[in-house]
Design a protein around this ligand. Structure first.
Ligand code: ZN
Length: 215
C-alpha cells in the first residue's frame, strides 16, 4: 500500500460526512458546513468559504470549507488546484488559501443517497415553498412529504419538497390534489446533474469553479 493510499484510508473515519457522496455538506456535518446556504448574504470568514473538492480524476464530488480543505492538504490527502484571491494572515506570514482542491488518491463514491438532507432539498427548491411559491429563510421552511408518509410516501428526493409552515399545516395528511394545492414543479430525483447544480449554487460567486462544473 502506497503512503498516499494509507494516509487516505487512515483519515477515512474523519471526513466522509463531507467527502463521501454528498453534493453539499452533510446536514450533520461539523461547524464547517454551516454557512453554505447561498441565501446567506455574507459568509462568516475566509476560513468558512466554500472549497470545491475534486476526486483524483478531477470529477467534482463535494464542497467543504477552507479550514477543512487546508487540513486535507496538510495531511497530504489533497492538493490545491485553484487558489482563492484572498489570503489569511497570521502573525508573521500570509497564506494563500485554496478555492478548489483535488484528492490525491481516487475515492470510490458510494450511492449518493447520503446527499438527501434538508439542506439539499431546500437548495434544490431554492428556499421556495413548492405550494405557494414564496421564498422563505431556511428556518421558516419545513419539508413536506408530497404523498404523506401515512399513505406510504417515502422520504426521497422525488417525494420531499420545501414547504412553508402555513402550506404544510393547510395540507395536513393529504395529497396535494385532496388539499387543493398544486406543486410549483415536480420534485426532481437526485442525479449527477442535481449534484453539479447544488455545487454551482454553493459556489455561485467563484469563477474558479466553472471549468470543473461545466457551466
Ligand atoms: Zn407555502
Amino acid at each position: 500500500m502506497s503512503p498516499a493510499r494509507a494516509n487516505a484510508s487512515e483519515s477515512r473515519g474523519s471526513y466522509p460526512p463531507e467527502v463521501a457522496g454528498a453534493a453539499a455538506p452533510g446536514s450533520d456535518g461539523p461547524a464547517d458546513s454551516r454557512p453554505y446556504n447561498p441565501m446567506t448574504p455574507r459568509r462568516a470568514s475566509l476560513m468558512q468559504e466554500p472549497v470545491l473538492v475534486l476526486n483524483a480524476t478531477y470529477e467534482p464530488i463535494n464542497v467543504t470549507a477552507v479550514r477543512r480543505a487546508m487540513v486535507l492538504m496538510l495531511k497530504g490527502v489533497a492538493q490545491a488546484e485553484e487558489m482563492h484571491s484572498a489570503e489569511v494572515h497570521s502573525a508573521a506570514h500570509s497564506h494563500k488559501v485554496p478555492s478548489v482542491i483535488r484528492l490525491l488518491a481516487y475515492r470510490h463514491i458510494p450511492q449518493q443517497s447520503r446527499a438527501l438532507s434538508r439542506k439539499n432539498i431546500l437548495l434544490r427548491d431554492r428556499n421556495t415553498c413548492q405550494f405557494c411559491g414564496r421564498v422563505f429563510s431556511s428556518s421558516e421552511l419545513t419539508l413536506d412529504h408530497v404523498v404523506p408518509r401515512s399513505r406510504g410516501g417515502r422520504s426521497s428526493w422525488e417525494n420531499l419538497v420545501a414547504c412553508c409552515y402555513r402550506c404544510n399545516n393547510g395540507k395536513g395528511d393529504r395529497t396535494p390534489e385532496e388539499a387543493g394545492l398544486k406543486l410549483a414543479r415536480r420534485p426532481r430525483p437526485f442525479t449527477l446533474h442535481t449534484s453539479r447544480q447544488l455545487m454551482r449554487l454553493i459556489g455561485h460567486r467563484d469563477e474558479r469553479w466553472r471549468k470543473y462544473l461545466f457551466y
